[in-house]
Design a protein around this ligand. Sequence first.
Ligand code: ZN
Length: 175
Amino acid sequence: MSSHNQSWKEFNENPISHSMAHYLVTLRDLHASQGYARVSDVAEELEVTKGTVSVQMRHLKEKGLVVEDDNRHLRLTEAGQTLARQVVNNRATIIQFLHRVLEVDPQQAEVDACKIEHLLSRETSHQILALVQLLLSGDASAKALLKKLKSKRAQAAPEQRARPSHGPTSLERKP
Ligand SMILES: [Zn+2]
């Protein structure tokens, strides 16, 4: 099997789905803001039913990412915290790269970051962050490169600079 197909198989076995990532981050945020998280808090935060939250929590508990105590308070395990932190870091890094380096519209940057936040490996995210930090360092050569990139972008076809969208990109829409 080719390594590309191998990564596709591994991708399908990704430890967490996108919605699981959002549940983990929500638990993290609730703990930071109020010190605890119940099923009802998560449901309110994500605007879903308590039944939906319970189903997701069962999956997360099975994966060893969440535990529930006698007061029915939900808590991230060490592994859960690590994953939640990684998702949050990935999101921040992608937004910085898309918005501050590539000057993608901030809303679009958020939408796109949301879509891949749970998929980036720690290694890749780390390398992108290093690149972002270098490019935004204010160093003369970095500034020159950003300027070049900006003028290159100005020459790009206007339809490539579409408004924020969840749908297919302008490239995918072409016949
Ligand atoms: Zn997301």
